[in-house]
Design a protein around this ligand. Structure first.
Ligand SMILES: NC(=O)c1ccc[n+]([C@@H]2O[C@H](COP(=O)([O-])OP(=O)(O)OC[C@H]3O[C@@H](n4cnc5c(N)ncnc54)[C@H](OP(=O)(O)O)[C@@H]3O)[C@@H](O)[C@H]2O)c1
Length: 237
């Protein structure tokens, strides 16, 4: 297994949730961390948590110019992780074309642009983020399709960008992120409790669970084109 000590890792979306969890864990392993996100204040607050050997650069992955500038300022890097995205979800019939384009631009094209412009070492890797909806869309057809596109892109890029490795973390329901900040606290806690009852692990995910999975993918030299489901067994129930 490779080590992350002294490796340079760009984490898009490193200012909250899974990205911040990954930044903190990788920094503890001796990596040099560059986090990206749209809001500079959030970046600064996150840097205070991550500690030394970390820096932050604003980026909006829905804007190719911003993505290019971010990676120019990074220079050469060893690993790229892209948990940073925001989506606008509603039922299929109620989703406007504008909201669908926003979500595709943020979650799919954004990760593609990062992979395109990152200057990665040949023994480095990319870790994309999809989600359980890729395989279990339920009533989230559009978001499921966007997640599935991310996974398909990763498999193609594992061949196209070789020897750079390209893998995906596919999270299940995860607490401790900003994903459900629009819900009131009681409803959010009730949703997490309901998932805990249902999932084989009797728990919901935490940012640390996703960090552990991303670090496994970065440090495993014989793993590429892999979709790692980190979902508490959610695909089984
Ligand atoms: N939480 C879950 O239960 C869950 C389940 C399945 C899949 N996922 C997926 O896992 C990934 C991480 O989710 P999370 O819940 O940890 O997210 P989160 O807490 O909402 O954090 C998102 C991060 O991405 C940044 N970001 C958002 N849009 C961006 C953009 N266009 N350009 C650059 N940065 C952007 C945010 O900062 P700014 O707002 O400052 O830009 C923030 O740092 C996402 O792909 C999500 O869809 C999450």
């Amino acid at each position: 297994m490779n080590t992350l000590a002294k490796k340079k890792i760009a984490i898009i979306g490193g200012s909250s949730g899974m990205g911040l969890g990954l930044a903190k864990s990788a920094a503890k392993l001796g990596a040099k961390i560059i986090i990206g996100g749209r809001n500079p204040e959030k970046l600064n607050a996150a840097l205070a948590e991550i500690g030394e050997n970390s820096s932050g650069v604003p980026i909006d992955t829905s804007d190719e110019k911003s993505v290019k500038e971010f990676f120019e300022s990074c220079g050469d890097i060893d690993h790229l992780a892209t948990p940073g995205s925001s989506v606008r979800t509603d039922s299929f019939k109620n989703t406007s074309v504008e909201d669908l384009q926003y979500s595709i631009s943020n979650k799919f094209i954004g990760q593609a642009l990062c992979a395109k412009h990152a200057r990665l070492a040949q023994d480095g890797s990319i870790v994309f983020f999809s989600g359980i909806l890729a395989q279990r869309p339920g009533t989230s057809s559009l978001l499921g399709a966007i997640n599935a596109a991310v996974e398909c892109m990763a498999k193609g890029l594992a061949a196209e960008l070789s020897p750079i490795r390209v893998n995906v973390v596919s999270p299940g329901m995860t607490a401790g992120t900003e994903a459900y900040k629009g819900m009131d606290e009681e409803a959010r806690n009730a949703m997490f409790e309901a998932f805990k009852e249902k999932l084989p692990t009797r728990s919901v995910g935490l940012p640390d669970d996703m960090a552990q999975a991303a670090i496994f993918l970065m440090t495993s030299p014989f793993v590429t084109g892999h979709i790692l489901n980190v979902d508490g067994g959610g695909l089984l129930v």
